[in-house]
Design a binder for this molecule. Structure first.
Ligand code: SF4
Ligand code: FES
Length: 371
């Protein structure tokens, strides 16, 4: 039986301030990716925080000690006040990173963002050809817009990272993705294998890579990191379900970062609302610092008192923090269970077998988000 630790006990330990805040400015998005990581139930436009409310959140974040703010979505360019929000966040001394599909950005807007103090832009790329990229994103003309956005970003002097979500249908092009990132002037590429949460679960057979693809990608990344040192930094998120140990999701719950969703609810991770029984405070009613330090949801899985065996006595518990709470909830039915990706979980074998089976399956058509 899992007993959740009391918020009061943890509040007394005063966790250090979060390093990063993900500001989900809106859930509106023109794309329809079949692996969308946003919640199945999206916040409506009418619920979104106003410009003034977001600016106050940024002020509170800076006061709390946050260093980086990731302006994200949905598609953050869908917010008309994106430049004003960037200017405000930058004015509070926050490092600003725009995470975007590029759709909704123009050359003039990128220049305005640069003048507003945007520090960095992270652009998603769904494939190396227009046909593939637009098929995956579910948006005709998206590829051409991304290439243009990369050029305008480079010209404006804003450092660029390319975010390449990879899966069964584009993993074999990973070398070309890296080549494209270099061509576009990126300093960094994030090769992130699809995580099977939320919408991606509906497309498992279309997205799950084979073990051979995963092994080839890992070998390529190891080789390319050496060859491209000084030209391109490669971040790599390997395929979770083919791994022996889980990822340290969010760097540990309530440890290094927080998310503010479009309606102002403050979450320990983007999928935290899938865990029943947790209650989430809203910045419209409670100061951000109080939520971080004393919020019930943040303290539910902070530290290691909540852990069960085998995590509780495992030597890796301060490396991966027992994996992902949301994945444990989805796959084991208990958010305090060991993430079933872990080889020490009794569910690991069936998870790995299902991944092998879906990896080998003939991909059917995508089930697009929002269609
Ligand atoms: Fe990590 Fe828990 Fe597995 Fe140990 S048993 S490796 S802490 S998930
Ligand atoms: Fe919620 Fe991993 S997505 S803890």
């Amino acid at each position: 039986m899992n007993e959740h630790p009391s918020p009061v006990r943890f509040a007394a330990r005063r966790p250090p301030p979060p390093i990063a805040m993900l500001a989900e400015l809106t859930h509106r998005c023109p794309l329809a990716c079949p692996y969308c990581s946003n919640p199945l139930e999206l916040s409506r436009a009418s619920e979104e925080l106003s410009t003034e409310e977001w600016i106050d959140v940024f002020r509170q974040a800076a006061d709390l000690g946050v260093l980086h703010v990731h302006l994200s979505g949905g598609e953050p360019a869908s917010r008309r006040d994106l430049v004003a929000l960037t200017r405000a966040a930058s004015g509070f001394g926050l490092y600003t990173n725009l995470i975007t599909s590029g759709v909704g950005l123009t050359e003039a807007r990128i220049i305005e963002l640069s003048e507003a103090g945007l520090d960095h832009l992270q652009l998603s790329i769904q494939g190396v050809t227009p046909d593939k990229a637009d098929l995956v994103g579910g948006y005709a003309g998206g590829y051409a817009r991304k290439i243009a956005v990369a050029g305008w970003t480079h010209a404006a002097g804003i450092p660029l990272t390319v975010n390449a979500v990879c899966h069964k249908q584009n993993m074999d092009e990973i070398e070309d993705m890296v080549g494209l990132a270099i061509e576009l002037g990126a300093r960094r590429i994030e090769i992130a294998t699809v995580q099977f949460h939320g919408w991606a679960e509906r497309n498992r057979a279309a997205l799950m890579p084979t073990r051979a693809q995963v092994e080839a990608t890992t070998a390529f990344v190891n080789e390319a990191r050496k060859r491209l040192a000084g030209t391109l930094v490669i971040d790599y998120v390997p395929a979770d379900h083919h791994s022996r140990y889980p990822k340290a999701c969010m760097g540990g719950w309530g440890r290094t970062g927080l998310n503010v969703n479009p309606a102002g609810r403050v979450l320990p991770c983007h999928a935290a609302e899938t865990i029943p029984g947790l209650t989430f405070d809203n910045v419209r009613a409670t100061p951000l610092a109080e939520i971080w330090l004393e919020g019930a949801a943040f303290n539910a899985y902070r530290g290691d008192d909540w852990m069960q065996e085998p995590c509780r006595s495992c030597e890796r518990k301060h490396i991966d923090f027992g994996g992902c709470r949301c994945q444990a909830m989805a796959l084991a039915g208990d958010a305090a269970a060991t993430d079933p990706v872990c080889i020490r979980s009794s569910l690991h074998a069936s998870l790995a077998a299902a991944a092998e089976e879906d990896g080998e399956a003939e991909p059917g058509p995508f089930v697009y988000r929002g269609r």
